[in-house]
Structures are given as C-alpha cells and as structure tokens.
Design a protein around this ligand. Structure first.
Ligand SMILES: CC(=O)[C@@H](O)[C@H](O)COP(=O)(O)O
Ligand SMILES: NCC(=O)COP(=O)(O)O
Length: 248
C-alpha cells in the first residue's frame, strides 16, 4: 500500500454510550470500546459531545484523553461552552459540526460560507491550542472554499445523503458529488476526510476515492459489534476500507 492510497479509520464510539445512557448504567463503557478499537486497528477515536448529552458525557472525554494510545477526534458544535471545554481537554483533532437538539442525527453540513467570521474565530482559537481543526461540511464547492478561507486545515465531507440514497441512481449521484468534493478539497490544499452513515455494504466506493485521508465510522461498527464483538467489528471494517483503497 502506497502513501497515496493509504486510508485511516476513525472509530466513533458515541453509540456505545447511547446504550449506557438508555438505562443510566455504568456499562457498556465507551472507554473500553475505544481501547478495543485501538487494539483492532483503529487509527483514531471519534466522540461527539452533544449539547443534549444523549450519549457521550464530559467524563468520557476526560477519561479518553488520559488513556487513548492513538488520538482523539472531538466533534463539537460551535458554542462558547464547547470551545471552553475543548480548551480544557486539548484533543489532537477537533471537528466542528452543526447541531440541533431535535435532530435524530447530524442532518447536514456546517454552514461555513454564511458565518465565516464566527467559524474563523473558533478555528483560530482551537489551532492555537495545537488542535488540528476540521469542518464537517457537505460536498459543496462553496462550503469547501469557505473552509479554506477560514483557515481550517481539514474538512470532513458528510456522506449521509449517499448513505440514505433510496435508489442506485441516487447513490451514484451522491457518490459523484463526494468524489468532486474530495477533488475540490485537495485542489485547495485541504486534508479531506469523510463520514456519516457509512456501513459494511456502502463503504467501499467511498474508501476507493483517491485522496480520502480518513473515514469516521460509528453506528454501523457498534451495531455489528453486538454480533461479532467490538474488536472483530473494527477489524472487519478496517480490512474492508484498506482493500477498497488499494483498488481505488
Ligand atoms: C457529526 C457526526 O456525523 C457524528 O457525530 C455522528 O453524527 C454521530 O453522532 P449522532 O448519531 O449523535 O449524530
Ligand atoms: N463524523 C461521522 C462519524 O463520526 C460517524 O458517523 P456514524 O457512522 O455514526 O453515522
């Protein structure tokens, strides 16, 4: 595998915490899931501290920062509280995401073009702490150009519309949009990651796009882990994306 088709897997462990929060128990522990994921080949661990705390809690983030062997990708909304919290944690990576309380999951990309001053201030503040900042955006040229203008070194393209496509033709259109977004991001000198809604049956075409640096995948891995265990689920996904990237 050459550097050009190397691809990283960030494992999102939010939904281990979803199961714990459903009963207010101490288990299952997302910290244990993170350590298992690392042993199975995860290149990083992603967590999203939602404003409504439906899954990951502040304590999880603090503990993870202490014990991770790889690196944390901390997803957060652009709020004063989250910026202060990130400052206290200093994650290696921070991904700025849009967030609304009622949504079932992250519905669209961050609007960067319409609020450049606010996003630039957040990027600057986090970058000064040593965090590599990425912006979770739709594969839209306008947003990608805005991401570059506000000084983010990386973007994560939202793959949710591809994952939710109802027909093969729709999936093909969304995949082409992601492919164009990757090319556009690379042309602007950005690190290009992708994620959301990716699973064992739809991930390969995305992993095969040349230039994608990292895929962040959570829900599908946590779900598969129920049947094969966490390490097995991570290893299977890693194998799948490496093989696809090798073909890409
Ligand atoms: C921003 C993003 O794509 C992930 O955080 C993902 O949304 C997992 O968290 P939720 O399922 O709570 O949206
Ligand atoms: N940023 C996307 C992510 O972390 C994982 O999303 P999902 O696989 O849980 O949909």
């Amino acid at each position: 595998m050459t550097e050009a088709n190397r691809i990283l897997l960030g494992v999102n462990i939010d939904h281990v915490a979803t199961l714990r929060q459903a009963r207010g128990t101490r288990y299952p522990d997302p910290v244990k899931a993170a350590l298992d994921a690392e042993e199975a080949g995860a290149d990083g661990i992603t967590v999203h501290l939602r404003e409504d705390r439906r899954h990951i809690q502040e304590r999880d983030v603090r503990l993870l920062k202490e014990v991770l062997q790889t690196r944390m990708n901390f997803e957060m909304g652009v709020t004063d509280f989250m910026l202060d919290f990130a400052e206290s944690i200093r994650p290696e990576h921070v991904c700025l995401v849009p967030e609304t309380r009622q949504e079932l999951t992250t519905e669209g990309g961050l609007e960067v073009a319409g609020q450049e001053a606010r996003i630039r201030a957040a990027v600057e503040r986090l970058s000064k702490l040593g965090c590599e900042v990425s912006l979770f955006i739709d594969a839209d040229e306008k947003q990608i150009e805005a991401a570059r203008r506000v000084g983010a070194p990386a973007i994560e393209l939202h793959t949710g519309r591809y994952a939710d496509a109802h027909t093969p033709a729709e999936a093909a259109r969304e995949l082409a949009r992601i492919r164009d977004g990757v090319a556009c991001g690379l042309a602007h000198g950005l690190i290009v990651n992708a994620g959301h809604g990716l699973h064992y049956h739809n991930v390969e075409p995305v992993a095969a796009i040349a230039g994608v640096h990292e895929l962040n995948i959570g829900h599908a891995i946590v779900a598969h882990a129920l049947f094969v265990g966490f390490k097995g689920a991570v290893a299977e996904m890693k194998q799948l994306i490496l093989a696809a990237a090798g073909r890409g």
